[in-house]
Design a protein. Sequence first.
Length: 57
Amino acid sequence: MKLKDIFDYIAQDNQDAAEKVVNGIYDRAQILLQHPAAGYVYEHEAEEEIRILLYGH
């Protein structure tokens, strides 16, 4: 799912809320650029490492 899809879905009811949510998710993702080891490691069988950063409540 893309951030645009999330925005479009929420904006159907509330554009301000859509902007807040998408900006919040984007800001959390930017943390990984400065701190690549932030968040939790998602355990899976592939070789690449996937990190999880929670957003919201």
